[in-house]
Design a protein around this ligand. Structure first.
Ligand code: NAP
Ligand code: HSE
Length: 429
């Protein structure tokens, strides 16, 4: 019976596609036993059919014509593993319109067009599964969508970009500069050819948009997320942070606050005793706080061929269940409401500040006055060293509304003794 076969058309056969194909070919008995259905990889769309692939498929499996997959009525599942927005978006839409289920690993597409595609899926009584789009091999989407559904989630805090976590780890542990650590990440194949989305925080913002939408049951657009990358993190800051009992991580933070959501991606000081501080190298982790479950942390490989394929195949097996036992459950994401997202100015954080000043009387007092007038309370202040009449001051504030801290900082930076160039990072509390 055709219904007993998951017949797959796969769009893309790169890093992730090869991992998926190798598991389907090498572990078909296990997959069949787990789903009760045969899984066939029927056609694969690529740009270049002559390219050597990591997995051997019969040459007739490859095509450069998407219609060979989208127009094939025997294919009931399309795996979109090509990446990018177009033509992936149009292909997914066409697959849904022709009654096929869709599994994708494409975070950019799900963050930017997920709502419209999920709405289309509902209209055609199909679904899109996207476990691999965030955190590679770490189960995150299904836990948020299902396992933690009975919670009010107050916060998600994640390290969800492997490239930047690798870079920050090398800067911390091996005293490398950012450029040296990036070169090392490249040589090991972690960093993409163009790593700007990773370094500038956009990759993490795409992933946060997806996770926060599920955690808070809201429609979240990328423009609502405040994004800062790791370009301003120096070895000096990492060194001082460690001296103070912190490490620096690129965090993706989503918080449910009384007036709305706080959504941000930025480097932050993380206390060394916090579980996220021990997430090193290219590993990812997401820390979730629910009112019933309490604190839950997910940890693992956020990218890579087999880890990501593991998540894709979990979705394939889920599609198997949908095909065998079709139920009218709708698409849960379609019930998400519009999000009210708060501007950064009103969010509360503690801040780390490092600045250089002329080493002369009255400078500390001027700092204290500027902070005092804005009711910014200092948790710690120290003068680190004085060379050629220039002293370095490092301080950490108590929690304060961001607008107040920024106003005080503006005043401080205008003081004649303060030298140009300073570092500011928020501190995870
Ligand atoms: P990749 O290695 O660059 O592979 C992309 C594949 O898609 C290639 O086989 C390419 O064909 C094919 N392709 C691209 N554009 C095409 C087009 N217009 N027409 C036909 N074929 C096209 O990418 P990847 O690393 O596997 O990533 C795939 C998706 O998974 C992306 O959305 C990515 O963000 C996501 N993801 C990746 C990872 C990871 O660890 N790599 C982790 C999580 C999520 P050719 O081979 O002929 O060029
Ligand atoms: N560039 C991403 C990262 C790959 O470094 O985490 C996984 O999405």
């Amino acid at each position: 019976m055709a219904k007993e076969v998951i017949k797959i058309g796969m769009l893309g056969m790169g890093t992730v596609g090869s991992g998926v194909a190798s598991i389907i070919l090498n572990d078909s008995a296990m997959l069949q036993e787990r789903t009760g259905m045969e899984i066939q990889l029927k056609r694969v769309l690529v740009r270049d059919v002559n390219r050597r692939r990591a997995v051997d498929l019969p040459s007739e499996a490859y095509t450069t014509a998407a219609e060979d997959i989208l127009g094939d009525p025997s294919i009931n599942l399309v795996l979109e593993l090509m990446g990018g927005i177009e033509p992936a978006r149009s292909y997914i839409a066409a697959a849904l319109e022709r009654g096929k289920y869709v599994v994708t690993a494409n975070k950019d597409l799900m963050a930017l067009h997920g709502q419209e595609l999920l709405e289309l899926a509902r209209r055609h009584n199909r679904d899109i599964f996207y476990e691999a789009s965030v955190g590679g091999g770490i189960p995150l989407i299904r836990p948020l969508k299902q396992s933690l559904l009975a919670n009010h989630i107050s916060r998600i805090a994640g390290i969800i970009n492997g490239t930047t976590n690798y870079i920050l780890t090398r800067m911390d542990q091996d005293n490398m500069t950012l450029d040296e650590a990036l070169a090392k990440a490249r040589s090991l194949g972690f960093a993409e050819a163009d790593p700007s989305n990773d370094l500038e925080g956009r990759d993490a913002a795409y992933k946060l948009a997806i996770l926060a939408g599920l955690a808070f049951h809201r429609r979240i657009s990328l423009q609502q997320i405040h994004v800062e990358g790791i370009g301003g993190v120096t070895r000096e800051d990492i060194h001082y942070a460690r001296e103070l009992g912190y490490t620096i991580k690129l965090l993706a933070l989503g918080e449910q606050l009384p007036a709305g959501l706080g959504l941000r991606v930025h480097p932050a000081l993380v206390p060394l005793e916090h579980p996220l501080a021990s997430v090193l190298n290219e590993f990812n982790a997401v820390f979730v706080e629910g009112d019933a479950a309490g604190e839950v942390m997910f940890y693992g490989r956020g990218a890579g061929s087999l880890p990501t394929a593991s998540s894709v195949l979990a979705d394939v097996l889920e599609v198997g269940r949908c095909l065998r036992c079709p139920v009218e459950n709708g698409v849960p994401e379609n019930s998400h409401k519009e999000a009210t997202v708060l501007p950064m100015d009103v969010l509360v954080s503690s801040f780390y500040l490092r600045l250089q000043v002329q080493d002369r009387p009255g400078v500390f007092a001027a700092l204290a006055n500027a902070f005092g007038d804005e009711q910014v309370s200092l948790g710690l202040i120290m003068q680190k060293r004085s060379e050629k009449g220039i002293a370095e001051i490092v301080l950490v504030t108590h929690d304060v509304v961001e607008e107040r801290f920024r106003r005080a900082l503006q005043r401080i930076m205008k003081h004649p003794a303060v030298q140009p160039g300073h570092s500011v990072f928020r501190v995870l509390s």
